[in-house]
Design a protein around this ligand. Sequence first.
Ligand code: UT7
Length: 332
Amino acid sequence: MANISAVISGIECSVPDYILTNQELEKMVDTTDEWITTRTGIKERRIQKGEGLGTSDMAADAVQKLLKKTGTAPEEVDLLICATVTPDMQFPATANIICDKVGIKNAFSFDMNAACSGFLYGLATAEKYILSGMYKKVIVVGADKMSSIADYTDRTTCIIFGDAAGAVLIEPNSNGYGIQDSILRSDGSGRIHLHQKAGGSVKPASHETVDAREHYIYQEGQAVFKFAVKNMADISVEIMEKNGLTSNDIAWLVPHQANLRIIEATARRMGIDKDQVMINIYRYGNTTNGTIPLCLWEWEKKLKKGDNIVLAAFGGGFTWGSIYLKWAYDSN
Ligand code: UT7
């Protein structure tokens, strides 16, 4: 078999219409636009409104648009991976539900939970299926309805998060484009700083867990911040060194959008200018698994075939990682 690599051959996203601004948050919790902007870089985020709608609805919308854009029939898809921490329900997998909603019938599908690093884990996993030679069309969706687990009485966490979904099509390529390398890590001891206390097998849902507000995100912001700054920068530098890349070789850094200060620290450590960093945290906040595809989608028209791109993420678990890829197409 000829040498093949796995490329992103198309990208689409879905963001809800409703815009939750810092000004509106000022009326909900004791905060200010000034505090949120200077501490996080966020000005507004999108919120999915509507009874009975969940993560799979945003994801299905993104996948449907992706199939259309890439001229792919649903029956051609071999595998769909959904990276999410806000599945529609505990089971079945949201990936199964997405496939049902868009008519993907000849595929298998599963969810991946690696918190904010889930999209990178999904991408690296999809790559391995492509490299096996057995799968030709794999979709990776990063989707989260973070508003479903954000506590809008907790000013330290609710201001950060937003809702979105992004989907990419991964296909084989024989010209050397696509994913060149990936480094993924996890350290479960970090769970004490960032988790959801109840609703799992250790502490199933009960009146008490609801009363204690234990179904929301629990985050010790400062502790997570320190690990995020160090690990996201370290792993991005590691992938550069491992592949002999200097900052001049890199066209774009695509960082997880958790906090503008974490993004800037990572770019500084890599020696990358701010205008080579994709940043849209101002408008979307932290959409967990949606951040990286949302950036690639917004910058798609500026990307050129052969551009060296480094993706980097850090999140709950802890999990973190970086992927080095060569962009495979010019948009027109
Ligand atoms: O997505 C992947 C994982 N997550 C992350 O990477 C997030 C990492 N952490 C962060 O981004 C930041 O830690 C936060 C944005 C969550 C918080 O920013 P911080 O600069 O670390 O603030 P802090 O928690 O240290 O709080 C500083 C002060 C406190 O007041 P005192 O004790 O100094 O009087 C907080 O009570 O700011 C106060 N504060 C606020 N004030 C106004 C906390 N949240 C707010 C708020 N508005 N929304």
